[in-house]
Write a protein that binds this ligand. Structure first.
Ligand code: AMP
Length: 335
């Protein structure tokens, strides 16, 4: 699998893109695998970040709340350190070229490939009657990436398969209609690309109610960490990144002597877990505090501030996307 790891970070790449669904509040898995990595990459690479509202409507949602969640998600991006002067932040549905290209790519991707997608199988199990949008989600995701000639896509392990399918779509299109798309790569931190939920039962995920959220107060973090499962049963075989708990993630983020000692005592000897959990909760609360603080400052500026900024960015994103679409329409014979 052509993923790249931390060690490849110095290699120049011209463009990075990622997007997150506006689920209302981002969790630490979203931060670590996507947003924080963009914050790093934006220093040296051109970067784009979007709110994937069209993906959000493929599972049940509340229409009256959707836009507020989109705005909130943008606020969280900014609060987490994404610099709007370095990174183009926009909303997927405001750039209609995404759906146009999504349709064209869905006409190239074999049904059998889409049926293999793990996320589709998981979501189908959750939402008993999946809709067509959920099934063709990876075609839209491929469009999200290919429209902007992106090279790198920072994602967690659960999205790697979709980026692989994006590569397939790009290659198929290029083969059928001539060189049109750049073939992107997933950008995955292998040591922290798959974060287990606090209940220890599977992936950390909003829909499973087992998340540590960026806006959780220190009290909530304390409560959640005290209840979190320390040594969950893990699947014996898994592809790609190893699943890690919030505690293992914490130990990576805070690699000091005190942490290492307490962690060893709790994980290996099953003692001092209360103290260890207290330390983990404190450190994670301190880690997330600046995000909460910046989020509150941005919220005080009101929604209009974000809406204005999004309107200007939608124009920029549309202009770029349209350039690609002109190439695509010509190559595929639509013009
Ligand atoms: P989503 O919330 O599904 O829109 O995902 C946004 C980003 O967060 C994607 O890059 C996912 O791969 C990543 N992500 C979501 N859940 C996890 C998790 N439990 N562990 C690591 N990354 C995750």
């Amino acid at each position: 699998m052509d993923q790249i790891s931390h060690n490849d970070q110095h290699k120049p790449a011209s463009r990075v893109i990622t997007g997150l669904r506006p689920t209302g509040s981002l969790h630490i898995g979203n931060l670590i695998t996507s947003v924080a990595r963009l914050v790093e990459l934006q220093k040296t690479q051109e970067c784009l970040l979007f709110v994937a509202d069209l993906h959000a409507i493929t599972t049940p949602y509340e229409p009256k709340e959707l836009r507020a969640r989109v705005i909130d998600t943008v606020r969280l991006y900014l609060a987490a350190g994404v610099d709007p002067d370095k990174c183009l932040i926009f909303v997927q549905s405001e750039v209609s070229q995404h759906t146009e290209l999504g349709w064209i790519l869905s006409s190239l991707l074999p049904v059998a490939e889409l049926e293999r997608m793990t996320q589709y199988k998981e979501k189908t199990a959750q939402h008993k009657k999946p809709n067509l949008g959920l099934f063709s989600y990876p075609a839209l995701m491929a469009a999200d990436i290919l429209l902007y000639d992106a090279d790198l896509v920072p994602v967690g392990q659960d999205q790697v398969q979709h980026v692989e399918l994006t590569r397939t779509a790009a290659r198929k299109f290029n083969k059928a209609f001539g060189e049109t798309f750049r073939v992107p790569r997933p950008y995955v931190a292998h040591d922290r690309a798959r974060i287990i939920g606090l209940d220890g039962k599977g992936k950390m995920s909003k829909s499973l109610g087992n998340t540590l959220n960026l806006l959780d107060s220190p009290e909530v973090i304390g409560k959640k960490i005290r209840k979190a499962v320390i040594n969950p049963e893990r699947p014996t075989s898994f592809e790609g990144a190893k699943p890690i708990t919030i505690f293992e993630l914490h130990d990576q983020l805070f690699p000091d002597v005190q942490t290492a000692e307490l962690s060893k005592q709790c994980h290996r000897e099953n003692r001092n877990c209360k103290d260890y959990k207290e330390l983990v909760a404190q450190n994670l609360a301190a880690y997330l505090a600046p995000i909460r603080q910046r989020y509150a400052e941005l919220a005080a500026k009101g929604d209009a501030y974000i809406e204005r900024f999004l309107a200007a960015n939608a124009d920029l994103a549309r202009a770029r996307a349209e350039q690609t679409m002109q190439r695509v329409r010509e190559a595929s014979g639509l013009r």
